[in-house]
Design a protein around this ligand. Structure first.
Ligand code: F6P
Ligand code: MN
Length: 344
C-alpha cells in the first residue's frame, strides 16, 4: 500500500465485489465522512455554539450527556442512513435501532468518547465496531471474535482514523484541505514491552489485589521487582490512550473495582472494549479483563460493561498472571511482596 493512499481507495480495494465487504466499506466510509464533520465542529468549539455544557440529561448508562454527544450521535446516525445495516447500537441510544433485517452487517458505535473532556479542549473520539448480521443469531449476542472491522477516530491536534479490517491495523490522518483521510502508518505493531502505564489511580482503594500488585510493581521502579522505572499517563479519554499505545506502547487499565456499579469496570463492551480489543490484537498487543480475552466475551445487553486491560502484550500477560495466580507477586519479589519482609 502506498503512503498517502486515501482511506476510500483502501476500503474499495478491500471490498472488491464481495457483498458483505462492500457493506463494511460503506459503513467505514460513512463513519469517516461523519467524523470529518464532527472534527470540524469540535474545531470550532464555542464559535459553533458547542460549549461542552451538560444537557441536563443522562445517556442510557447514566453518563451526563453533553451538547456535542447528542450532535455527534445525530451526525453518525445521519451518515449511516445510506448504509445497509440490520441494527445499530449507539452509546447514546437506550435501545437498539433497527434497520433492514436482510442487511449483511450491524454496527455499534460510541459517537463521542471522552466527551467529559470536551470543555477542556482535550482529545476526544468516535469508536466503531462492525459485525456480521447472521440469520438466527440475535444481534450483538456473539463474542467479539466475530467483528469484521473495528476502529476509532481521535480528534486531537491531528484528526486520525485507526482501522482494522481483520488483517492488521492502519492509521490515516485527515488531510483537512482535501477533506479526506490519507494513510500515514500501515501494519502498526505495538512494542511488546514498555515502561508506561495508564490507570485512574484515584480508584486505588477500590481495586482488586492483582491490580494493586501490578501498580505497586510499577511504582517501586528500578528498586522494585521489575528493576525499571515506569512512567504514568492518564488522559481520561480512551481513544487518546489507545492512540498513544499504538504509537509507542504501554498498558492501559480500566479494571473491575468495588464501587457500586463498577463490578465490570466502566467501559462498555459493544462499542468500547470489543473494538479496542480487536485493534490491539491486530497490532500485536493484548486486551484482557485480567482473567480472559475481551474478544471472548459476548454481550447480554446493549450497554453491558467489561473491564479492559490493553496494550503491550508482555504487560497484559503479566497482569493476567497476577489475577490468575495470586502468589505470582510474592514469588517474583519475595522482599517486596505483600507478605514479604517489608510488608505485614
Ligand atoms: O467513555 C468512558 C470514558 O470517558 C473513557 O473515555 C475514559 O477512559 C473513562 O471514561 C474515564 O473514566 P473516569 O471517570 O474513571 O476518569
Ligand atoms: Mn466512551
Amino acid at each position: 500500500m502506498e503512503q498517502g493512499q486515501t482511506l476510500l481507495r483502501r476500503i474499495e480495494l478491500y471490498a472488491g465485489a464481495d457483498p458483505q465487504r462492500r457493506a463494511v466499506a460503506a459503513a467505514v466510509g460513512a463513519i469517516a465522512a461523519a467524523s470529518i464533520a464532527i472534527s470540524e465542529l469540535i474545531g470550532q468549539g464555542a464559535l459553533a455554539g458547542i460549549t461542552g455544557q451538560a444537557q441536563g440529561s443522562a445517556n442510557a448508562d447514566g453518563d451526563v450527556q453533553k451538547d456535542l454527544d447528542v450532535r455527534a450521535d445525530e451526525m453518525v446516525q445521519g451518515a449511516l442512513k445510506s448504509v445497509p445495516y440490520a441494527v445499530l447500537a449507539s452509546e447514546e441510544a437506550e435501545v437498539l435501532v433497527p434497520g433492514d433485517p436482510k442487511a449483511l452487517i450491524s454496527i455499534a458505535y460510541d459517537p463521542l468518547d471522552g466527551s467529559s473532556n470536551i470543555d477542556t479542549n482535550m482529545t476526544v473520539g468516535t469508536i466503531f465496531s462492525i459485525i456480521p448480521n447472521d440469520p438466527g443469531v440475535a444481534p450483538f449476542t456473539a463474542s467479539g471474535n466475530c467483528q469484521l472491522a473495528a476502529g476509532f477516530v481521535v480528534y486531537g491536534p491531528q484528526t486520525s482514523l485507526v482501522l482494522t479490517l481483520g488483517d492488521g491495523v492502519d492509521i490515516f490522518t485527515l488531510d483537512r484541505a482535501a477533506r479526506t483521510y490519507r494513510l500515514i502508518r500501515e501494519r502498526v505493531k505495538i512494542p511488546a514491552d514498555t515502561a508506561e502505564y495508564a490507570i485512574n489511580a484515584s480508584n486505588h482503594r477500590h481495586w482488586e489485589q492483582p491490580v494493586r500488585d501490578f501498580v505497586d510493581e510499577c511504582l517501586a521502579g528500578a528498586d522494585g521487582p521489575r528493576s525499571k522505572d515506569f512512567n504514568m499517563r492518564w488522559i481520561g479519554s480512551l481513544v487518546a490512550e489507545a492512540y498513544r499505545i499504538l504509537t509507542r506502547g504501554g498498558v492501559f487499565l480500566y479494571p473491575a473495582d468495588s464501587r457500586p456499579g463498577y463490578g465490570d469496570g466502566r467501559l462498555r463492551l459493544l462499542y468500547e472494549t470489543h473494538p479496542m480489543a480487536m485493534v490491539m490484537e491486530q497490532a500485536g498487543g493484548g486486551a484482557s479483563t485480567g482473567r480472559e480475552r475481551v474478544l471472548d466475551l459476548a454481550a447480554k445487553s446493549i450497554h453491558q460493561r467489561s473491564p479492559l486491560i490493553m496494550g503491550s502484550i508482555d504487560k497484559v500477560k503479566r497482569i493476567e498472571l497476577l489475577h490468575n495466580d495470586p502468589d505470582a507477586a510474592s514469588r517474583t519479589a519475595p522482599l517486596f511482596a505483600r507478605r514479604g519482609l517489608f510488608r505485614v
